[in-house]
Design a protein around this ligand. Structure first.
Ligand code: KG4
Ligand code: ZN
Length: 359
């Protein structure tokens, strides 16, 4: 079954074709990073307009790169939740129109759930050269989902059958990376910038706190971000009334690297502490990480050190937003669910993973 996936929930316009939930036939991602970097973050209205401009060329490219025509496509899977409303509307409208015109079954996909399915892509056609996991994860599967909007630990008993063990009570970890990068004057998106600069820094240079939570698997990152802000203010000798956007100009490269490394160490340790606790309590057969922050090498190293089960990581390009993960989940979703009528598909910008449309 060849599924065309469409993803436009935030600032990436993406289309991909995946066969039987595991074989990647094409993967096209048109990133808007350059546009939003001018503003230091995603501007929702600009994102939606940019999706409109490129959605059809991106879908066309996904078919061309897979050497397929519409006749070869068995179904369309599209992100309908969660995300920016304007962005979601562009992708779902394109999917609804194409499903109607080309007479294809249409499946609504939850973006955060789909991030996990990057780990189910284990084969690729000639011409795509990704380093993929050697086999699909087995159930029960513990998933650490860490992106710009989510930080959560989810225990999957099967496809579409999962419990949310814990989640962030305030900022998502990716959001914390992005905010700390702003304080340090590092370019958007903040996660990769911090990871890069941290390589030259001392992760023990500054003492930063780890949040203590009542929920055994819950996270909090807003206090850590504020602790970085206060430590930077102390370092440059100003009080809390000093404008935070002017702090970075007073830090030298060594100080920036040390702050990046110290923040990254604590943020990642926080994630791994909770993942390790969940692993001990639930003894899953496999562990996966998902979402943009899963691209972080420090996270991969710490997890491999502390979790006593072999973890195969998805390639970085399938961790950040893409449509291959949408098409992969689309396959498993289609095994258990009826397609939705194109006229009935509505976007749901704030739907959490506890309430999905799985049967
Ligand atoms: O999953 P994603 O592409 O979009 C959302 O659904 O949110 O995640 C984007 C987030 C951003 O906060 C970005 O800074 C972070 O992932 N990120 C990273 C790295 N690469 C991307 N964070 C830490 N280290 C990285 N290497
Ligand atoms: Zn995402």
């Amino acid at each position: 079954m060849k599924i065309l996936g469409i993803e436009t929930s935030c600032d990436e316009t993406a289309a991909a074709i995946v066969e039987d939930g595991h074989r990647l036939l094409s993967n096209v991602v048109n990133s808007q990073i350059d546009i939003h970097a001018l503003y230091g973050g995603v501007v929702p209205e600009v994102a939606a307009r940019s999706h409109i401009e490129v959605i059809h060329p991106v879908i066309h490219q996904a078919l061309t790169e897979a050497h397929l025509t519409w006749n070869d496509i068995d179904a369309i899977a599209v992100t309908y939740a969660p995300g920016l409303i304007g962005s979601l509307l562009v992708g779902t409208l394109a999917a609804r129109t194409l499903a109607t015109l080309k007479h294809k079954p249409l499946y609504p996909i939850h973006h955060v759930e789909a991030h996990v399915y990057a780990n189910f892509i284990t084969e690729q056609s000639k011409g795509i050269n990704l380093t993929l996991p050697s086999k699909q994860p087995t159930f029960p599967m513990l998933a650490l989902i860490v992106s710009g909007g989510h930080s959560q630990l989810v225990l999957f008993k099967d496809h579409g059958d999962y419990v949310l063990l814990g989640q962030t009570q305030d900022d998502a970890v990716g959001e914390a990376f992005d905010k700390v990068a702003k304080i340090l004057g590092l370019p958007y998106p903040g996660g990769p910038s911090i990871a890069k600069v941290a390589l030259a820094g001392d992760p023990y240079a500054y003492v930063l706190p780890k949040a203590k939570m009542t929920g055994a698997y819950d996270f909090s990152f807003s206090g850590l971000k504020t602790a970085v802000l206060r430590a930077v203010q102390r370092e440059v000798g100003v009080d809390t009334s000093f404008p935070s956007r002017k702090l970075a100009a007073r830090l030298n490269d060594t100080q920036k690297a040390n702050f990046a490394a110290s923040f990254q160490r604590i943020a990642i340790e926080t994630l791994v502490d909770k993942a390790e606790a969940a692993f001990k309590d639930h003894t899953p057969a496999s562990v996966v990480i998902a979402g943009g922050v899963a691209a972080n090498q420090e996270l991969r190293c710490q997890l491999t050190d502390r979790i006593p089960v072999a973890i195969e990581y998805a390639p970085i390009s399938l961790c950040t937003d893409n449509a291959a993960m949408i098409a992969a989940l689309g396959y498993f979703y289609a095994q258990k669910n009826q397609p939705i009528s194109p006229n009935e598909l509505e976007v749901n910008p704030s739907l959490s993973m506890t309430k999905t449309a799985w049967a």
